[in-house]
Design a protein around this ligand. Sequence first.
Ligand code: ZN
Length: 363
Amino acid sequence: MLGNLSCLHNSIFLSVRWIAVLYCFLAGWQLSAQTAIRSRHFIFYSTPQNLKAAEQGLHRLEELRAAIQALHGVQWVSTSPLRIWMPANEAAWKKFTATNAEQGIFVSGQGRDWVVVNPWSQNFLEVLSHEYIHAVLHRTLPNLPTWFEEGICEYYSNLLLRRKGARVEIVLGQLPERHRQILEGMLSIDIDQLAGKPMTIRSYAPAWAIAYHLWPGYKSGDSFPAKLSIGPFSPRTISIDYMAPELTQSLLSRREINELEIEFRNQFPSANQPVEAETAQAESVFLEGLRLSDLGQIMQAIPLLEKACLLRPSNSSWWNALALAYQENKQTSEARVAIEKAIATAKNETESAAAKSLQRSLF
Ligand SMILES: [Zn+2]
């Protein structure tokens, strides 16, 4: 029996109400997503409402590309245009991401690379820069350990260009505010431990610090120390021969946009299903699973809860419900995995506390 689900019920019914509101808001989302602009090396697809962000994004990417070329040489920049896709809203973005922590993704297709960014991201230009560096590293250093690659992407995400008369300076190594608190709470960085676990939202801060200390001195195949001291961190200024990029931008024609959309939907089949239908299906599957588990029919409930969590993997309270059902059915290791997902996908302190307290009570 799943005794203590009443608080879950509450949050579920709240979210049902929100989803109803979202339906109205999302009607016609596909019609509005139809603007694309190109600069010399990038194409940015978005909605007319996000045109300003697209222009700023292209500007930032062209400058970052020129800075990376000045720092590391022409072999570090690609000639084929990188495509950036900004979904019309957060619901559409969620089809691309398994956790709420993620703000952007990079996907390499056949000769074409894509970056998808969360339209509501707070640090949009840094997210874009981070994903661009993934695209660069994917071609230049494809065998980096994931945590080190993430650290390097973070390291360049806030690269600053400063004009000093005729010269240009690059400023790197400024500790991003989002990492400060995590690093201040650490005594040292245990690289072995970081390398032995999957990345979580808390891994990015130590990964940034490792890149600060070891990059760009690292050469492919170098071994890593087991531990590193945390700091101190101070910004580094590098004077470069900077070739200012062309910053012209132009709108794509309707035909070019159609071709881009087809290419995108082939690359990301999950983007084809309308947001509304998918959300409604997951919701009804989950509620049926919950009803059966309340009736004590746990064996019938579990497959439904599993399916709901697969359809909407970013819902922490659903993973909580699945963990409880597994535990009820004596599937301890499955319960453990589900509760870890509940913790990883928690959107706020309340969800995080609920998942952690369930974890303590189960194990
Ligand atoms: Zn990344």
